[in-house]
Design a protein around this ligand. Sequence first.
Ligand code: ADP
Ligand code: MG
Length: 731
Amino acid sequence: NSHEGEKMMEFRRSLPAYKEKDSILTTISHNQVVIISGETGCGKTTQIPQFILESEIESIHGADCSIICTQPRRISAMSVSERVASERGEKLGESVGYKVRLEGMKGRDTRLLFCTTGILLRRLLVDRNLKGVTHVIVDEIHERGMNEDFLLVVLKDLLARRPELRLILMSATLDAELFSSFFGGAPVLNIPGFTYTVQTHFLEEILEMTGYIMTPYNQSDDYGQEKMWKMSKQAPRKRKSQIASVVEDALRAADFVNFSPQTLESLSCWNPDCIGFNLIEYLLSNICENERPGAVLVFMTGWDDISSLKDKLQAHPILGDPSRVLLLACHGSMASSEQSLIFEEPEGVRKIVLATNIAETSITINDVVFVLDCGKAKETSYDALNNTPCLLPSWISKVSVLQRRGRAGRVRPGECYHLYPRCVDAFAEYQLPEILRTPLQSLCLQIKSLNLGSISEFLSRALQSPELLAVQNAIEYIKTIGALDENENLTILGRYLSTLPVEPKLGKMLILGAILNCLDPILTIVAGLSVRDPFLTPLDKKDLAEAAKSQFSGDYSDHLALVRAYEGWKDAERDLAGYDYCWKNFLSAQSMKAIDALRKEFISLLKDTGLVDGNTTTCNVWSYDHYLIRAVLCYGLYPGICSVVHNERSFSLKTMEDGQVLLYSNSVNARESKIPYPWLVFNEKIKVNSVFLRDSTAVSDAVLLLFGGSLSRGDVDGHLKMLGGYLEFFM
Ligand code: ADP
Ligand code: MG
């Protein structure tokens, strides 16, 4: 109705971006590339695409206009398109639509499409000139995601072929110079913003102010583990990290002269490797007693610690009481019903949102007054030398700290609680771009599938080019797994892999699992390798936990142990006893739930590629021949392989590159004294002092011979040579 429409228009006009509307439109019409920066919440994402849409509709070209706006995450593409449609008083799928993996809403008259960066890259696969598209807007470029960095190189080439195409880059930070010079000095517009003051408290001030006492016992970052530790009345052993010693030095250097002995004692117990759930709970319940109205935004690192914290808070008498508190989660994989609740401003209850760094810049919650910041985010990292990726919480950049703090001052003065001492200086100026800290295998496959020529030539033209060694490793790897031939051309396998948005080794397992009709256990294994280790090993109950895991074994395979553990959980879930089952067996209930969700996602992906037919559900491709599963594992994990050398009482393991390697103590194979197979395939090796293998499965000569390396080449000679090489090496 018109009253609503009027109110909405008023809101839109109040946004800082609205005041710059004319200069934005003029600059775009005079320049092929424009960079726009402006503080989070100023209206970049929701307004700027609309300005373009409105001005095009009013002009004579209206009918021909087609705007694509990319978002790094599917959740923002969906929520933003919905918001923009409702600002226009329309339904989704009219002039505004969206498209993300496996979902979309788009009509004949859709002129403005929000999509993930990945979707635009896939469209370029079949439509390299983006025929008919008039404007491409790449949002959140400050995040420096790998897909975005990659897309910018592709678009730079495209702009030369399509002189009338307009490119608009949007950033929440002011480091636009790099992008401007990448595009030959493109103009930069800055939208001036405004925020209220935010009162900032660091850990020592929080402790001093509240009198909260920290002990080594109360700082767990996992609700399940915390319960276990409590029961055993033992504190987790604290590793001495560099940050802990910075704090110790500061304590010694009397930087804290004005603080009470109790605060100092607490600080010396602070564990920088944990996010203190108890402290968060304590602060939240204090805020709930506070007279001051306003929502609370808690920055956590990822889906798993958010849901674990949510479980804990729901058991709290105040925080878990829905008549007093609206407790919400905000992360990449939340349900869309949960999404719209985040923006609601409920009366009489305190809204608490537990979020990942998605709420740092891509989603703005207007009524936030209190921010709790754990100082960390989950980030992939990669060490080119040992060629292994990992996803671990790490300290955020200084820019992110300011962003998080700023979230508290959107509507009125706010407060920010940093859950670490002021002296922690682990924060980098900017976050390293993803392209410099993740393995490049998938990216290289994409370069090939888009026909972009030589991989290393292409990457040398990126905003910041990755190390040569990282590029060579990636090319070597995808050749070894049979996705590229000697001349760097994609093989048939490579083509399939480039359509599956998972790591190539996992993609290979899914493909062969589908071909050999043993997909069900493979789905579990691939999902299990994509989440945090479901087998928990609390330090003080290591033996018990390892024994619990080995009950699932019996055939020299951690991967098969996972399949059995998951199946047991599934049965228990059916009787609503999933949590107890996890408890008894030292399993993470969070990981089990995540595996369940991922399995469904993988099945729909495989349907998309045509590898399994449309009627398949996860259950009817069911086979449990463990020889087949070994074959699939070997096919995916090769060249992650080591030989088993038996001596009198036990065995040792060797790889070609590292010589002697060891197993993690929680591997089921570490409990065996003999392994009746000549080889182990593994999915990860990590160098600590020695090289350790994580999750391994024993395989026979025949399996290695047939399934190691590439099936598509059918190059049995090559395998024989390879195998011969190994044999010679270990003789
Ligand atoms: P930016 O992209 O510059 O960070 P946005 O365009 O995302 O800013 O947001 C502009 C304003 O619109 C913010 O105040 C934000 O809170 C509000 N907004 C965005 N999405 C929604 C939504 N789904 N519901 C309510 N308000 C929203
Ligand atoms: Mg935005």
